[in-house]
Design a binder for this molecule. Structure first.
Ligand SMILES: Nc1ncnc2c1ncn2[C@@H]1O[C@H](COP(=O)(O)OP(=O)(O)OP(=O)(O)O)[C@@H](O)[C@H]1O
Ligand SMILES: [Mg+2]
Length: 502
């Protein structure tokens, strides 16, 4: 049952019981107006609805009848209560009722009158209600539209406009849009859809990512969580196994809660990427966001730590609220071991802060996917590897010959617009044994810079080869590091690549 339907039922029950006061906590007064109109029809009762803009309208007699009460709804409400037993009077968007003041006291007087005449006053407010008022009645909260309601709203919107505009969104896109629009009011959702429709002259699947941009505008930023720009199509060579996992789990990540619950499953929560420097750990964090068309937030968990009492907790709460509001999204913690090494006079502050985050992630109902990366696994506490913490732990090794070939071809074309023959490529593949992906990228980029600086039409193979000759690979300078990461990765993690080193 949606929020709207559940809240409506609750209000109907309260009205039936003739409770003198019903407080509806929400900032969506338009939705309440519609709800009260429906209730008036379904229960066949008279309901008067006041807002500063429209003054008093009688919901039971269509839109027509309205009475200007000169911004003094309470005198008018009292008059109605006196005249007709069982009157229902709604005040939309009430403020100044959180404490005792002239206005809240006047409401109190009206409530005594309502009680005597079996009337009901309904207050629609986003604020807290002064305790003496609150004891007169019952409170209900109308939450923002839930996923089903958002999906319905989008479907209605499309039905309204699809004759005038080309709308590409299929059921899957609509479902995704409904997920992305979490945290918006009904009016905001309509505004976002209409502005996208008009500015793009239709709704294409590519517009889906615009929805997340709208969202980041809505919430105040927190310093330790920063949005990272991600390009829609990334060039990633090798890492077949990881790429396959990302593609497959995308489906699972976007399946609705009901279906997952039915089968006792949960959406994937995150991965840990461990591996050799320069082989695409940080790059793959972007790949998740790009493939899943979600915003990416880098979470600097180390900066949460603060030496002042209570400050770390406050920062963590602010960060989690922000992330929760941004969901669905990908959160990236780079070099997780560095955050863990933060310690305060022997206390494991870093570990505690991270533990808190992981616990939140596990318990949270919102779709947040964590990509954590690590180089130095010896610094990671064993509890991080407990089953269920991460959906998978991947090990990213140096590229194999085949993967180097792919990477060389990729960057040669991207930076030099150059194709080589198979035998020339064979030579570079052999020369680049022990190179990381980023070694290959930087060698070719150096060559490409040289070409631009000297305004050359194209570089010859021999010149490109020289750059490979002069490069010293990471594996060459750090054989011990490679050996230990490999030993760990091969026994404790799933390989990111299915290809084998010769
Ligand atoms: N599989 C890949 N395909 C194409 N380019 C890649 C790949 N992996 C890495 N690169 C390139 O190398 C650069 C460095 O990679 P990245 O920053 O992901 O390495 P890392 O594993 O995070 O290293 P570090 O441990 O040093 O942080 C990337 O920005 C990207 O340009
Ligand atoms: Mg990195």
């Amino acid at each position: 049952m949606g929020n709207y339907i559940a809240t409506k039922l609750e209000i109907k029950n309260y009205l039936f019981a003739r409770v003198p006061l019903i407080v509806i906590r929400t900032s969506e007064r338009e939705r309440v107006e519609r709800m009260m109109r429906e209730i008036s029809e379904e229960m066949r009762i008279n309901i008067f609805y006041y807002t500063d803009v429209k003054q008093v309208i009688a919901l039971h007699s269509g839109n027509g009848v309205s009475k200007d009460v000169d911004r003094d709804p309470l005198s008018y409400a009292q008059e109605l209560f006196r005249k007709n037993r069982g009157t229902t009077f709604v005040i939309g968007d009430v403020r100044r009722i959180s404490d005792e003041n002239a206005f809240s006291r006047e409401i109190l007087d009206s409530l005594y009158l309502a009680m005597e005449t079996a009337g009901t006053m309904v207050l629609v407010t986003p604020d807290y209600v002064w305790s003496r008022l609150a004891q007169f009645g019952l409170l209900t909260v109308l939450d923002y539209p839930d996923e089903d309601e958002r999906e319905n709203q989008i479907n209605k919107f499309i039905a309204q406009y699809n004759l005038k505009y080309p709308i590409e969104w299929d059921a899957e896109a609509i479902h995704k849009a409904a997920m992305l629009l979490r945290g918006f009011t009904e009016v905001q959702i309509d505004n976002i859809l209409i502005s996208m429709l008009v500015s793009n002259k239709g709704l294409a699947n590519a517009n889906l990512t615009d929805l997340t941009k709208q969202k980041s505008k809505l919430y105040a930023a927190v310093p330790c969580v920063e949005e990272v720009a991600v390009s829609a199509d990334m060039d990633v060579s090798g890492l077949d196994n990881l790429k396959k996992w990302i593609k497959e789990r995308k489906k699972l990540f976007f399946i609705s809660d009901d279906i997952l619950e039915d089968y006792g499953l949960t959406a994937p929560k995150g991965v840990l990427l461990v591996g050799i420097p320069g082989c695409g750990k940080s790059y793959s964090a972007r790949l998740f966001a790009s493939e899943w068309e979600l915003p990416l937030f880098r979470f600097d968990i180390g900066s949460i730590y603060d030496k002042w009492m209570g400050e770390s907790e406050r920062k963590m709460r602010a960060a989690l609220t922000f992330i929760d509001n941004m969901a669905p999204c990908v959160v990236w913690i780079d070099e997780i071991e560095k955050a863990l090494s933060v310690s305060d006079s022997g206390n494991d502050t870093g570990k505690r802060v991270l533990g808190e985050f992981l616990y939140w992630l596990q318990e949270s109902a919102s779709r947040v996917f964590l990509v954590a990366t690590a180089n130095n696994i010896s610094a990671l506490p064993p509890e991080l590897f407990r089953k269920g913490r991460f959906s998978e732990i991947f090990f990213i090794d140096l590229p194999t010959g085949e993967e180097r070939r792919e990477t060389i071809e990729l960057y040669l074309y991207k930076c030099l617009r150059k194709h080589l023959t198979e035998s020339e490529l064979d030579i570079l593949v052999e020369m680049s044994e022990g190179y990381s992906y980023s070694d290959i990228e930087s060698v070719i980029k150096e060559a490409a810079q040289y070409r631009l600086i000297h305004q050359m039409k194209q570089l010859e193979f021999e010149e490109i080869k020289k750059y490979f000759e002069n490069n010293i690979s990471f594996a060459n300078t750090n054989p011990e590091t490679i050996k230990s990461i490999r030993e760990w990765g091969q026994t404790r993690a799933v390989p990111a690549s299915i290809r084998k080193h010769q």
